[in-house]
Every structure is written in structure tokens, then in C-alpha cells.
Write a protein that binds this ligand. Structure first.
Ligand code: EPZ
Length: 427
């Protein structure tokens, strides 16, 4: 097992680059299955979820080659149609392979992805989308089987909720369907546009990605390409939270400021000075942050659910009481009990978190419950006086590339310690 050991209570200052986006790289790597030739994905973060995705690609028959942040996928012998339960359990977002395997091989069999720490995570919208494209679906004994022996056909699809994953699966599958698909109430996250950019560079004909309605004109085949993944807006915002809560001043390079839109307003509401240029952002925090009356997580371009936990951690030391409502997932406050161990004053009532700002937090031993909850513990540990030890950090390393190195470049005192007992299933 590994741990982070943080000596908190110091301002963050300095500058660093930000990793490539996990939630962009995952669907794009799944989509490489549709290509006739090799694809090289650049700016691909070195994180556990990408390692799990690479294992699935290889299990399906792909050859992969990782060189630093470049990941090359050769799908020429990827005839596999099934993802075994062990690999599905290792990363529940493996459901993103559904559309790609179905479109490539005409059938796919997955074990039903269970829920996870943040909610039930149903996939009804994914399956309805595949059905609309002409697939037959069987769900039995904890498995899902989709088949489209005559291939997929374009369709009109309206999502009842702008699900990111369902939007991605439908775009991927429809890109090589016969005819045109019009997808309404699609998710608008920047990662959707990045996926469409990747597919279009392979020869797909997708328009409207990032807006509510996406039109996908199916093509016969796609070629391999080289594509650089966008920067991770959630990782960037996490490091901004760390600087804000410690009264720091940092600059993040090679980011896309427009993708941070709704988060920038929250930082400004807390009294931080923000300056953005073409591909970087500077944050200068006040001595003590102001509280924020109400934050509600929403689909993009609203305030993202993925930054909810680090922002709650940031507000634990604000002057006054803040309220946050989590509208996307039903159980995304599991980390709150660990923040209380650091001296935070927090109450959760259903989907609402009430954060009563305190003057100081104190170091403690805390345990990571999930990816973004773990990021919240790092943010709070950096703000706490004394030593904070964070265990179960494999959850954090699913989505953040070497956070101890990035934060070290921002003058934080954080070390990654290997405690030797190898109980982490992913290590
Ligand atoms: C993606 O998950 C992201 N994961 C999540 O990031 C992110 O929190 C989420 O989008 C929302 O932005 C990846 O991209 C790998 P959804 P996804 O489908 O696609 C319900 C992180 O921390 N729903 O938009 O699973 C669902 O239960 C992760 O990086 C259905 O009801 O999210 C949830 O309440 C966590 N039926 C809501 O929609 C469905 O078929 C949003 O889910 C699908 C979803």
C-alpha cells in the first residue's frame, strides 16, 4: 500500500504544466478500435485508469506501445468481443468500450458494470442508444450482450439526460453506422468535442459536438491518426484549489482557460485574483477565502461534479458558511467524514453539503474513499497545520499523474511513501 505524507500549512507558489485529460483519453482510446490502422495518442496521462484501458485493448487483441505520454494502439487484430468481469471491475468506466466493440465486430459482451463509490451508475441510456442504432440487447446473469449482425444504422436519438458516457458511446458507434444519426440533448463537456476531433481526424463526419445536438454521418471506415488529448480541466482546477486554500500564488501552463469557465467564477467569488492568457492561468489567493453562498453541480457548461470535492475542501477554511448541492451523483460525499477528521465543520443532508468555515485545520491520518474525494484530502492536508497521512492512494492515482511531483513544483511538502504491504489490487 502507498501513502502521501503532507506537511501542511505552507503557501503554494510556483508554476507547472497540467496532465492530459483522463476523461478524454479513455473514450478516444476505446475509439481507436474502429480504425483500420495504428493511432498514436499524445499527451496521454500516465495514470492507473489508462493502464487499465491499455490492458483491455490488449485483451481484445490490440498491440500497444507506451513511450512517455505517447500511447500507440494497433487494432489490426482486435477481434475480441468480450471484456471479462475482472477488467470491468478494475475500471467501471470500461463501459465506454461498448459502442466501439459493437461497431467494429458486430457484437459485444460485457459484465454489467456495477455501481461505484459515488453512485449506482446505471447504463440504460447507453443501451437505449445502441438499441436505437439497431442493436439487439440481452441482459442476463450479470452480463450484457449486444449484437448487430447486419451492422448499425443511423437513427434519431434524444437522451433523457445529457449523459457523458452515453453521448460518447453513441457518437463512437454511429460514426461507422449506415446513414446519419442525430443525437439530441447530448452532453457538451470538452471531452466530447475532443473525441469528435479525434474521430474526424480518422475520417469520421461529426458536427455539432460540444453543443446540444450532434450530427454523425456514418462512414464506411476510419483510418488511424495522431491526436493530442486536451488538458485535464479537473486536474487543473484541483491544483488551483490547493493554491487558493493555502493563500498561494501559482501559474498553470498549457491549459485551455475556456474549459475552466464556471470554476473561475467560483474562485473569484472566494476573493482569488485570476488572470488567464491564451494557454495559461494565474491564481493569487487572499489571506483567507470568502465563503460561497450556493454552488450547484450541473452538466457542462455548469459547475462540474468532478471538482465538487476539492472545492468543498477549499471552502473548509473560508470565512463564513458555504452550501453546495450535488445534482449529478447520489452519493458523492463519502470523503466528508475524512475531512471532519482534519477539523473541518461540515454537514451533509441528502445532496446538500453545508460547509462552516473554520480558522484552521489540523493534520491527521485519513483514508481515500474515491478518486476526487482523495484529491479533496490532498487539498485539505496542504491547508492543515502539521502532518497529514493519506492512505489508499491508488484511488487518487487512477486519475492524477504523480500529484506529489506536480505539487512539489508548486512548493508543497508532500511525499509518496511505499509502505510495502501490497494490498492495492491495482498495483
Ligand atoms: C463521466 O462519467 C465521467 N467519467 C465522470 O468523471 C463525470 O463525473 C461524469 O461523466 C459527469 O460529468 C468519464 O468520463 C470516464 P454520466 P459518466 O453518464 O459518463 C446518470 C471522474 O471523477 N446516468 O454523465 O458515467 C448517472 O447515474 C469521473 O473523473 C443514467 O441514469 O457520467 C449520473 O447520475 C467520475 N443512465 C448522471 O447520469 C445512464 O445510462 C451522469 O452520468 C448513464 C448515466
Amino acid at each position: 500500500m502507498s501513502e502521501y505524507v503532507i506537511e501542511g500549512g505552507h503557501r503554494l507558489f510556483g508554476e507547472c504544466d497540467v496532465q492530459g485529460a483522463k476523461n478524454s483519453a479513455l473514450p478516444i482510446l476505446a475509439a481507436t478500435l474502429l480504425c483500420n490502422g495504428k493511432s498514436t495518442i499524445k499527451n496521454c496521462p500516465e495514470i492507473l485508469d489508462i493502464r487499465a484501458t491499455t490492458k483491455i485493448l490488449e485483451f481484445l487483441g490490440c498491440r500497444t506501445e507506451r513511450k512517455g505520454h505517447f500511447l500507440t494502439v494497433d487494432p489490426s487484430s482486435a477481434d475480441g468481443c468480450e471484456i471479462p468481469e475482472t477488467l470491468m471491475r478494475e475500471m467501471r468506466s470500461s463501459v465506454i468500450f461498448l459502442g466501439a466493440i459493437l461497431a467494429r465486430n458486430g457484437k459485444v459482451r460485457l459484465s454489467t458494470p456495477g455501481g461505484c463509490e459515488i453512485g449506482l451508475r446505471p447504463i440504460d441510456l447507453h443501451l437505449d442508444g445502441m438499441r436505437r442504432l439497431g442493436a439487439e440487447i440481452k441482459e442476463e446473469f450479470g452480463h450484457i450482450e449486444c449484437s448487430a449482425p447486419e451492422g448499425l444504422k443511423g437513427a434519431n436519438i434524444t437522451l433523457s439526460f445529457p449523459s457523458v458516457g452515453a453521448t460518447e458511446n453513441i457518437i463512437i458507434a454511429a460514426s461507422v453506422a449506415k446513414g446519419t444519426t442525430t443525437l439530441r440533448n447530448a452532453a457538451c463537456e470538452p471531452e466530447i468535442s475532443d473525441l469528435a476531433d479525434f474521430l474526424n481526424s480518422c475520417g469520421a463526419r461529426i458536427s455539432g459536438a460540444g453543443q446540444g445536438t450532434v450530427v454523425i454521418e456514418g462512414v464506411k471506415s476510419l483510418n488511424g491518426t495522431t491526436h493530442s488529448v486536451i488538458t485535464d480541466r479537473i486536474a487543473a482546477a484541483t491544483y488551483l484549489c490547493a493554491a487558493a486554500v493555502t493563500g498561494g500564488e501559482i501559474k498553470l501552463n498549457n491549459i485551455i482557460p475556456a474549459h475552466l469557465g464556471p470554476m473561475i467564477e467560483i474562485f473569484e467569488d472566494t476573493g482569488c485574483k485570476i488572470r488567464t492568457e491564451s494557454n495559461n492561468i494565474r491564481l493569487k489567493a487572499p489571506e483567507r477565502l470568502r465563503s460561497v453562498k450556493l454552488i450547484r453541480t450541473m452538466p457542462y457548461p455548469g459547475f462540474p461534479t468532478d471538482i465538487q470535492a476539492p472545492v468543498v475542501a477549499m471552502l473548509t477554511k473560508a470565512d463564513g458558511t458555504s452550501v453546495l448541492i450535488e445534482t449529478i451523483f447520489e452519493n458523492r460525499y463519502k470523503y466528508i467524514g475524512e475531512l471532519v477528521r482534519l477539523g473541518a465543520r461540515l454537514r451533509v443532508d441528502g445532496r446538500m453539503a453545508v460547509i462552516e468555515g473554520v480558522e484552521r485545520l489540523h493534520g491527521a491520518r485519513v483514508r481515500t474513499t474515491d478518486l476526487r474525494g482523495g484529491a479533496a484530502l490532498i487539498v485539505a492536508g496542504l491547508a492543515a497545520q502539521g502532518t497529514t497521512v493519506i492512505s489508499e492512494i491508488r484511488h487518487i492515482e487512477r486519475g492524477y499523474e504523480a500529484p506529489e511531483k506536480i505539487l512539489g513544483m508548486l512548493s508543497a511538502n508532500i511525499k509518496r511513501i511505499d509502505t510495502g504491504e501490497n494490498t492495492d489490487e491495482q498495483e
